[in-house]
Design a binder for this molecule. Sequence first.
Ligand SMILES: Cc1cc2nc3c(=O)[nH]c(=O)nc-3n(C[C@H](O)[C@H](O)[C@H](O)COP(=O)(O)OP(=O)(O)OC[C@H]3O[C@@H](n4cnc5c(N)ncnc54)[C@H](O)[C@@H]3O)c2cc1C
Length: 479
Amino acid sequence: MKEAEKSNKFGVITPEVLNEIKDAVSAKNVYTDEADIESYSYDYTGKIFAQRFDVLVKPGNAGQISALMKAATKHRIPVTTRGAGSGLAGAAIPIYGGIVLSMEKMNRILEIDPVNRAAVVEPGVVTNDLCRAAAAKGLLYAGYPMSTELSFIGGNIGTNAGGGKVIRYGNTRRHVLGMDVVTASGDLLHLGGKYRKDTWGYPIMQLMIGTEGTLGIITKAILNLEPLPGKTVNLLAAFPDLDSMVVSVAGVVKSGAKIISCEFLDRLSAELAAKYLSTELPYQEKTEAYLLIQLEADSDEQLEAAYEKVGGICVEMGAMEVFIAESRTDSNAMWQVRQNIAEGARAEDPHASISGDIVVPLSEVPRIMKIIAAKCKAWNVVTANHGHIADGNLHPLALKPKDMTPERWAVYSEEFYADLIQEAVKLGGVGSGEHGVGCVKLDALFASKSPAELGIHSGVKAAFDPLGILNPGKLTAVK
Ligand SMILES: Cc1cc2nc3c(=O)[nH]c(=O)nc-3n(C[C@H](O)[C@H](O)[C@H](O)COP(=O)(O)OP(=O)(O)OC[C@H]3O[C@@H](n4cnc5c(N)ncnc54)[C@H](O)[C@@H]3O)c2cc1C
């Protein structure tokens, strides 16, 4: 958050500039009252990271965004694009104030195209709405962050969201075929299309993915759809200790079964989510770690063979029991617990820090689990650990010590995560797998990259956004 202190590089929104903004996007799409804009000053990272800004705009089309960017360029006003604000790294927080550009009105699914297996959507479409629309046509949109009911497609692209199906289908990058982008100076680019091969120049579209709205504003996306999976089943394996759970994962991944998901929850994660949902997972009293595994096969016989094999591996490695979801209700109950860990933690502790998102090679998962435990002791922090374990992506969710102020905790928790990030990097990993860098992990990013690499970052930023007005203070330092 140090970046925000070095402000005064940007223009001021005078009444004249405000009129130009209203001319660009239509007055009815412009909000300045505190009551209307306050909830856009922070994201899911927490209110404690809120930053004041001047104007909220909710445009209805790319033409308005282009006109807005021309005005913002003329007056050097920062513009921070916002999806649903479900981000866990403060990427949508307008740390230099100025304009917040909410995409919530651009929420139409324009086309589901079965021939090209593609969807064309506006960026404000909720992820799960696209999943449902695709399923209705017998297709799968495979992006599946645990926030699928909340997050927008534009935000998923802005963060290169991962989630529960990455092991099978890859992260959001794999699903983006094309997009329309408004640049910092207001030009409209058409990048990619309804095809899957492209060596036609620099891959500019790829640079828009996962770069947190710092290089352009996505106004339309063309997304890859997959055939719907055949038969699927969910298994819940209950382990008496973390070690046996961890060794099972490698066995499950190389079992040869078609694994769609392999998610991990430790005891505290399961307890927090189950309490929040007023439910209980099987064997909850005795279980230190669960694996939630989703498998796919072409026929009932193959599916049975797959779950026998995968369940057998878990038992061999020490699982006390492997539960098979017999119905859609059982499956939903298991996934509800997995999806509600953050909500459960926030219900218990409103200041719980949810931004932990380290990644290590799968072979280093046992080591990083031990390091997390040791660091928790050293920092006197309790974490609820969970994550997309087959991707080596862990979310240690840190609860605020009772005697610490929320202000101190906002800094302390990020210092704690920065320490874990260093360990993940030493093991050949990275500091964020899917939540992004935002404003909360910027210093940790700078600390982990070489000057040469950071120089290239700055060069890329300058090529797209010479005045540095797009989401300033994210991914590169403000010059
Ligand atoms: C309970 C919970 C569970 C979660 N689980 C996961 C998970 O499993 N996997 C995962 O990856 N994430 C997860 N997240 C984090 C979050 O939901 C994702 O990062 C999501 O992709 C953010 O989408 P959003 O629409 O809320 O974006 P926002 O938070 O609003 O914005 C995120 C970034 O994208 C940029 N952006 C938004 N729209 C555009 C656009 N149109 N053009 C350019 N840039 C844009 C913003 O500027 C910002 O930098 C979870 C969050 C919660 C609360």
